[in-house]
Write a protein that binds this ligand. Structure first.
Ligand SMILES: Cc1cc2nc3c(=O)[nH]c(=O)nc-3n(C[C@H](O)[C@H](O)[C@H](O)COP(=O)(O)O)c2cc1C
Length: 191
């Protein structure tokens, strides 16, 4: 049994690969966390396009990298204990798969396991505008206990830095898992 707390980070082909990458960077700097990464094929396309990063660059940030089709991976079973899973960013396709229990790859299967074991699942759905199926699927996952955390920047911190906005969203999500996010962003403290 690992002494470290395990967290699954999944990256899909919605725009915003930076969110998943930043989470891995923050977790890598902390000794008590063991990250399990899965990235979809479309996620890899966007990783290259948006950040000029390869699968190898990404793997270097994670403790364990699983293949998207490795349905026999540890995280495919509820017997493998984790603190939960973050899908950042989450495409509407993966959202649909999770909402309907369609575990045909390791991301949708991993999320299915997290939900059935009643562990924490945070998804960062990203699409705009939303059609009715997108909205309904978010509702279905929410009813199952999943948390929808779309990347919506707050403007009250008055920053013009994209990274500050990314850090705030990343920090708020990691905080939900008890990760130390000290210094990553400034929580609202009132006027
Ligand atoms: C540049 C680019 C941006 C995309 N952005 C989004 C997006 O924001 N949201 C979304 O649902 N799909 C987006 N897509 C489409 C998904 O990548 C596509 O539906 C894919 O099948 C998702 O598969 P996955 O969930 O297995 O990664 C984008 C595709 C590309 C090439």
């Amino acid at each position: 049994m690992s002494a470290k707390k395990r967290l699954i980070i999944a990256i899909t082909g919605a725009t915003g690969a930076i969110y998943g990458v930043r989470m891995l960077q923050v977790l890598q700097a902390q000794n008590e966390w063991e990250t399990h990464l899965v990235i979809s094929s479309a996620g890899l396309v966007n990783l290259k396009h948006e950040l000029d990063m390869t699968r190898a660059d990404l793997s270097a940030l994670a403790d364990v990298t699983h293949g998207i089709h490795d349905i026999a991976a540890t995280i495919s079973s509820g017997g493998f204990k984790t603190e939960g899973m973050i899908i950042a960013p989450c495409s509407m396709k993966t959202l649909a798969a999770v909402a309907h229990g369609f575990g045909d790859n390791l991301i949708s299967r991993g999320a299915d396991v997290v939900l059935k074991e009643r562990r924490r699942l945070v998804m960062m759905p990203r699409e705009t505008p939303l059609n009715l199926v997108h909205i309904r699927n978010m509702g279905i996952v929410t009813e199952m206990g999943g948390i929808m955390f779309p990347p919506m920047p707050a403007f009250y911190n008055k920053t013009d830095s994209l990274m500050a906005m990314v850090n705030e969203t990343v920090g708020r999500i990691l905080d939900m898992f008890g990760v130390d996010v000290t210094g990553l962003y400034k929580p609202w403290e009132g006027l």
